[in-house]
Design a protein around this ligand. Structure first.
Ligand SMILES: Cc1cc2nc3c(=O)[nH]c(=O)nc-3n(C[C@H](O)[C@H](O)[C@H](O)COP(=O)(O)OP(=O)(O)OC[C@H]3O[C@@H](n4cnc5c(N)ncnc54)[C@H](O)[C@@H]3O)c2cc1C
Length: 415
């Protein structure tokens, strides 16, 4: 194998939050790790900036939590569901104490995605991982001894590690090269995101979300007047927040939300990044593994961003796959069976939670609104019907299986 570097244990394709944190974890355990990242600099792609409490617990276990907090990580303490069907005073009197839901976790953690990416990669390199940035044309050949070739600074290199990890995001080329095809839920809503600054009148530790008119909005403060906003809207309205004036149209939508106190502070704030829209849907694989290759994070399939679980899912993938790789010498595909089984069930449950949140907030036909009104009445009378939403905060494994069934969904939304 002349010219082929074979003294690497793990080659990770993609140095996003998944690839970088796995690289840091493995390097700290003494494994030789090479991370290949396409971008030479990270820019705001409009991605996750809110880590659920159960994802924060994963961050703590991986060892990256203190670094994210030192870089400006901001905890949220309260969620209020300001919504067109609820009097604002009544909503404010029923806050969800999201800072107290999981022992040892002071609430969801918010931080700019590019800062997280930068910190995670720096943490990986500090731990001894080798990093190549600006790589192109990454080719992966699966097998008992897999091979990866790539172009870096104009030179083609080939490595033959013991294992390849595909952590190259939603449009993963590793996944495509393995011939693995995502199953996809039908697409009926899109999500647009925008970072804003100057929203000083919005309370720093308060997140809010609900439906107003033909939008489902989410407000995630990052401290000092910065907020990551998301809105879900009908997929037929594709261009609503894109192109020239898209950010301004998104901010203007908050000027017309009388049921959301302080929404004016958002309407009058300034964009601090691009405004982008994405399909808001689930996509999954039954088994994100092949001989000598394992996929993690979005590359392995992703959850509808409407419930903001992608970072937590990715961090759990990292912790589980990292545990397998540092826990023994057998790295055959069979060793990842526990990861495959756990992830399949985890994503199945989170698909049910995303469908619940979408039915509650992000469908807009008269029939959808009827179902929503029924569900609102029922959940107000019996808060236990909101368990699929509780799962978003505490983790899907802590909520009973019966809340993720079609029958339960119909019990809440059906006639
Ligand atoms: C609009 C939107 C809002 C979201 N909001 C939230 C939220 O609030 N909370 C939450 O938890 N999650 C959210 N998510 C999901 C979250 O952002 C993702 O789940 C998370 O970023 C996945 O991390 P990753 O490392 O798997 O992939 P990515 O973050 O996509 O990282 C992949 C990395 O691989 C690199 N790469 C890609 N291709 C190649 C290649 N061929 N060679 C080398 N490198 C490559 C990329 O440059 C990138 O650095 C949201 C997603 C969207 C789209």
């Amino acid at each position: 194998m002349e010219g082929i570097v074979s003294d690497i244990d793990v080659t990770i394709v993609g140095g996003g939050i998944g690839g970088a944190s796995l690289g840091g974890m493995l390097a700290r355990a003494g494994l030789r790790v090479l991370i290949l990242e396409r971008e030479t600099e990270f820019v705001d792609r409009v991605r996750g900036e809110w880590i659920a409490p159960w994802g924060v617990a994963e961050l703590q276990r991986i060892g990256l939590y203190d670094r994210f907090v030192a870089a400006g990580g901001h905890h949220l303490a309260t969620h209020i569901g300001y919504d067109e069907l609820v009097d604002p005073a009544v909503a404010a009197a029923q806050p969800l104490p999201i800072g107290m839901l999981l022992p040892g976790v002071p609430g969801p953690l918010c931080l700019q995605h590019v800062v997280m990416q930068h910190e995670a990669l720096a943490w990986a390199c500090d731990g001894g991982a080798d990093l190549r940035r600006g790589v192109a044309d990454v080719q992966v050949v699966a097998g008992a001894r897999p091979a990866v070739s790539f172009v870096h600074e104009g030179v083609t290199e080939t490595v033959s590690p013991r294992l390849v990890v595909g952590a190259d995001g939603r449009t993963s080329s590793v996944r495509r090269q393995l011939g693995l095809v995502l199953a996809e839920a039908p697409l009926d809503h899109l999500i647009a995101g925008l970072l804003i600054e100057g929203a000083d009148a919005w309370p720093d530790e308060l997140q809010a979300g609900g439906k107003v008119g033909d939008l489902h909005y989410l407000v995630f403060p990052q401290g000092r007047g910065r907020i990551r906003l998301y809105v879900d809207f009908d997929a037929a309205d594709r261009g609503r927040f894109t192109g020239a004036g898209g950010a301004e149209r998104l901010l203007a939508a908050f000027a017309d939300m009388p049921c959301v106190p302080h929404a004016d502070a958002i309407a009058q704030a300034r964009p601090a990044g691009p405004c982008r829209s994405y399909p808001s849907q689930d996509a999954w694989l039954d088994a994100p593994v092949a001989d000598g290759v394992v996929l993690i994070g979005d590359a392995a399939g992703y959850n509808d961003p409407i419930i903001g679980q992608g970072l937590s899912i990715t961090l759990r993938d990292v912790r589980i796959v990292g545990g397998i790789l540092t826990g023994g010498d057998d790295w055959s595909a069979a060793t990842f069976a526990s990861y495959v089984t756990e992830r399949r069930e985890r994503l199945r449950r989170l698909r049910a939670s995303a469908e619940f949140a979408t039915s509650l907030n992000a469908r807009f036909t008269p029939r959808d609104l009827e179902r929503r009104a029924r569900a609102k009445q029922r959940t107000e009378a019996d808060a236990s019907l909101l368990m699929p939403v509780v799962a978003i905060f505490v983790g899907p494994e802590l909520v009973d299986e019966s809340y993720f069934t079609r029958a339960f969904h119909e019990q809440v939304f059906g006639t």
